[in-house]
Design a protein around this ligand. Structure first.
Ligand code: NIG
Ligand code: FE
Length: 420
């Protein structure tokens, strides 16, 4: 018989139970909270969620019982946009930006993504796994139990495969769950600077078939931006990716209104990410094609910008908004979902409840796992967090604090804060 676990004495069990679809409009605020609730887990699955009395009746002598001490229990965060496998840091460029250099200027000088590409090419698979494990612990510590993880700092066949293999090993060897995305079109590598079409061909004709053959990715992403990949090139790459059975994501309209959102709609992509410069037309296109917007306020904040994506307009238009960290060494060096929730509340005027939905159930749907994770419902995988607060609104309210007290993935303890 599989091991069972009961979590009792919770101030709130934030279940997010409800319709089996990404949440839009007023549904973003419906968290389906059970006050004074409890949770029962059997093996790696959620068996029951309910009032304390009801769950207590299920407890047998073999069952492990955890007293939550009047804390909040929630699904683990699903971070639907990260770049977590890279070598080195860009603390140096961070300092240069404090002196006035811009992200684009640094990139134009051969810095930015290319700095990280140089370091990552020089790292071995096992070095990348070691580095990735350190960041993986950071995610868990913040209450994140699944991350969508992009390659994109290799930009040669072998180096992109190396990163995707590192992601696979991280998924297998650690309690954090990874959803792999191939981002060979993250930048034009230096050696192809004067023959960019050759690089696009390499991605389409050699990288994608290899990635698909080795089943190393579920999604393909492209950085669609003036000076990076044009909408034409993005269309070519993502159309090829679709033929290989991959889902589609786009870095869209981050630094300028470059047409990424509209293209995401045209291609029926799963997500369009960033969207800082997307206009009403782009929002309407996303709505018509049911593309989920993945908003990344950490990248706006860390680049020192104040141009946050128009979250309220998107919610009013009926989009199933997602929030994610964009964890990466350049534009968003944070793995902290609670920081993102705080930014979304203060800078984008999302309500605390909306931010919770956007970072759990909606995020789960955006990575193709809406039936498996993102809410606390019978039959779902037991990925949940006990947060050290009495009310879920404290998560974005007390910012700069990681609230996670115990983190479970597949019903097993993945992180415990030391002390009380
Ligand atoms: O999502 N926009 C492109 N990619 C990343 C930045 C990566 C980097 O600077 O290393 C982003 O912001
Ligand atoms: Fe990104």
């Amino acid at each position: 018989m599989s091991k069972s676990l009961a979590v009792v004495n919770c101030s709130q069990v934030v279940t997010l139970s409800g319709a089996r679809r990404p949440r839009t409009g007023g549904d973003l605020r419906q968290l389906a909270i059970t006050e004074d609730g409890a949770l029962f887990v059997s093996g790696d699955r959620i068996e029951a969620v309910g009032r304390r009395k009801q769950i207590e009746s299920l407890i047998t002598p073999e069952c492990e019982v955890i007293d939550a001490g009047r804390r909040v229990v929630m699904p683990g965060f699903v971070d639907a946009h990260t770049h977590p496998v890279f070598a080195g840091t860009r603390a140096n460029e961070f300092e240069q930006r404090t002196a006035g250099a811009t992200y684009r200027e640094l990139a134009a000088r051969g810095g930015g993504i290319r700095t990280t590409v140089r370091a990552t090419r020089n790292a071995s698979l096992s070095e990348l796994v070691k580095i990735g494990k350190r960041y993986g612990e950071w995610f868990l510590r913040g209450g994140t139990t699944t991350v969508e993880a992009k390659s994109g700092y290799g930009l040669t066949i072998e180096d992109e495969i190396k990163i995707l293999r590192a992601i696979k090993r991280l998924d297998e060897e650690t309690p954090l769950n990874y959803v792999p995305t191939f981002l060979g079109a993250h930048d034009i590598p230096f050696e192809y600077k004067t023959r960019r079409h050759m690089y696009v061909n390499l991605v389409i004709n050699e990288m994608l078939p290899r990635v698909a053959e080795e089943r190393l990715a579920e999604y393909c992403d492209v950085f669609c931006e003036n000076e990076v990949f044009t909408t034409d090139e993005t269309w070519q790459i993502l159309s090829a990716a679709r033929c290989h059975g991959l889902g589609l994501r786009i870095h869209a309209d981050q630094l300028s209104l470059s047409g990424g959102a509209k293209l995401a709609a045209e291609l029926n992509a799963a997500t369009a990410d960033h969207l800082e410069h997307t206009d009403t037309e782009g929002i309407e296109a996303l709505k018509a094609a049911k593309v989920q917007p993945v908003l990344l306020p950490g990248a706006v904040y860390a680049l020192g910008s104040s141009r946050y994506p128009p979250a309220r307009e998107m919610i009013n238009a009926g989009l199933a908004v997602v929030l994610a960290t964009d964890f990466n060494p350049g534009s968003s060096p944070t793995p902290s979902m609670t920081t993102i929730l705080s930014l979304a509340c203060t800078q984008m005027k999302m309500t605390p409840a909306e931010t919770i939905t956007a970072s759990t159930i909606n995020a789960a749907y955006s990575v193709g796992r809406g039936d498996e994770i993102g809410s606390l419902e019978k039959g779902k995988r037991a990925d949940f967090v006990i947060h050290d607060c009495e009310d879920y609104r404290e998560l974005p309210y007390f910012f700069g604090v990681e609230h996670a007290w115990r983190v479970f993935t597949s019903g097993r303890l993945a992180f415990a804060r030391s002390g009380q």
